[in-house]
Structures are given as C-alpha cells and as structure tokens.
Write a protein that binds this ligand. Structure first.
Ligand SMILES: Nc1ncnc2c1ncn2[C@@H]1O[C@H](COP(=O)(O)OP(=O)(O)OP(=O)(O)O)[C@@H](O)[C@H]1O
Length: 253
C-alpha cells in the first residue's frame, strides 16, 4: 500500500499525554495513503486514535491536517470538536444503532441532509448506489437487512467500516484493529480491495494493529511505537524485520 505516491493531505500529529501509568510522547506524520501504527497490546494505540479524533484531550498537543488546517493546538487554545474534525474512527467496539438494520446504519453515516435526500429526490439513486458499493466493498451485502444484534463481531466491524466509508470525505480515516475478528483469507482480500480507497477519496488511513502478519500482508508504511514513543517509521521490512525473523523461527519450530 505504501508504494503508491501520496498527493493527498498529510496529517501531522504531536502530543504528550499521561493515561493511567502510561506516559505518551507522540510525534509522527502521515505521508502515505495507508499507514499502520504497530505496538503491543496496551501500548496506547487506541489512545493515539482517540486523541486524533478529538475524543480524548491530551495534556498538550498539536494536530494539523494538510499543513495548515489546525485541529488541535494547545498553545493557542484551538481544540476543534470531534464532530467538526471530519476524522472518521472505526473503533474496536463499533457503536451501531441497535434499532436500525445494517443498510440503515450505513445511511446514518451520510450527512443528515443526505439521509433526507435518500427519500426520493434525484440524489436518491446515487445515495443508494453509494451504500450498496460500500456494503459490497466491505463484503456485507447479504447482511443489509439484518439487525446489529444478529451480526458476528467481524461482521459488525465491517458494517462500521462501511458506515465510515460512505460518509462524506474527511481529513483522515482511523481504523482500530479493524480486521482482528476476520480469518486470514478475508482479511487479505479486504485489505487488497480497500487499497485504492485513500487515493480515490484523498483521505489518509491510519490503521492500528499488534499483528505482525497483518502488517506484512498490508504492504503499508509502518510506524512503530514503544514505551509511549514513536521509535521508527518506514517499510515493514525495515521497521519490523526482527519480528518477522522471530516469527519465521517460531514457525520452523
Ligand atoms: N480511561 C483510562 N484510565 C486509565 N487508564 C486507561 C484508560 N484507558 C486506557 N487506559 C490504559 O492506558 C493504556 C493504553 O490503552 P490503549 O487502549 O490506548 O492501548 P492499546 O495499545 O490500544 O491496547 P489494545 O491493543 O489492547 O487495544 C492501557 O494500559 C490501558 O489500560
């Protein structure tokens, strides 16, 4: 995914934050269409996404999209609220609306104005097609009439992803372990299908995982986090070469 040249908006992230016993001192830039943030469980990956989305206010921070679009700057008191940041977050426990079926939940990802347009104006066909496209892309078409309570964890994650993909274009798409409930085959197929999405929508993707196999399968740029800091950024072969060698040794027994 990282081999593609990225001409879309970059995202510069810098913050300090103490959460429980963990002290985060984070600084990185998204300069590729698809970037993976890799760290072990409990290292603070979800917290990084929550800070970018505006769901958690860091002790100090500066987050800038496209070089000049300031989302957070503690020094001058700028803290754009979550709903205005246009940063989409697919959380691990995706909050689907329980009384609406899958298709309706995905429509909910569209702007309120768009939801009204669905009811019969000229844009209706376009909106309906858009929802069908994202359901197909996320491989949940056959579940469009199901209620959220009837979905498995992996299906739920994919519906939440479809909801974010259908939404108006944003400054970033943040994915919190989006494929952890999927088998390896479906995960690879989905990653391959989604590869072109950031370029087509001019929206960088930041994808969090602790799974080395997922990182190598993605081919994405990798940011590695350790002890609350970013320690490396680059291709997986450079950033996670050691982990891959260790994994290979384990597999060989
Ligand atoms: N509200 C909170 N109050 C205190 N500590 C918290 C809070 N939320 C998270 N933590 C702690 O902060 C640390 C980082 O949590 P976070 O969810 O960001 O990690 P993570 O790398 O995403 O973990 P995982 O891979 O298991 O999802 C963890 O040790 C967690 O227990």
């Amino acid at each position: 995914m990282s081999e593609t040249v990225w001409n879309g908006p970059r995202l510069d992230v810098s913050f300090r934050h103490r959460i429980g016993g963990l002290a985060l001192e984070i600084e990185f830039s998204l300069t590729s269409p698809w970037t993976i943030l890799f760290a072990p469980s409990g290292a603070g990956k979800s917290t990084v996404l929550r800070v970018i989305a505006g769901l958690e206010r860091p002790d100090w921070g500066r987050i800038v999209s496209g070089g000049s679009d300031v989302l957070l700057d503690s020094d001058v008191g700028i803290d754009v609220p979550t709903w205005q940041r246009k940063v989409r977050l697919v959380a691990q426990q995706a909050p689907l609306l329980p009384h609406w079926n899958v298709a309706r939940n995905v429509f909910y990802g569209l702007k309120p104005l768009d939801m009204m347009a669905v009811k019969g104006s000229d844009s209706s066909t376009y909106r309906t097609r858009l929802v069908r496209e994202v359901l197909a892309l996320c491989r949940v078409t056959e579940m469009e009439s199901k209620m959220p309570s009837e979905l498995s964890g992996g299906e739920r994650q994919r519906v939440a992803l479809a909801q974010c993909l259908a939404a108006e274009e944003g400054r970033a798409l943040l994915l919190d372990e989006p494929f952890n409930a999927l088998d390896a085959g479906l995960r690879s197929a989905l990653m391959a299908d989604l590869k072109g999405w950031p370029i087509a929508h001019q929206t960088p993707v930041l994808h969090v995982t602790h799974d080395v196999g997922e990182v190598f399968a993605s081919g994405a740029e990798v940011i590695r986090m350790e002890d609350g800091r970013i320690v490396a950024q680059g291709p997986a072969s450079e950033v996670l070469g050691e982990e891959r060698a260790r994994l290979m040794r384990l597999l060989k027994g």
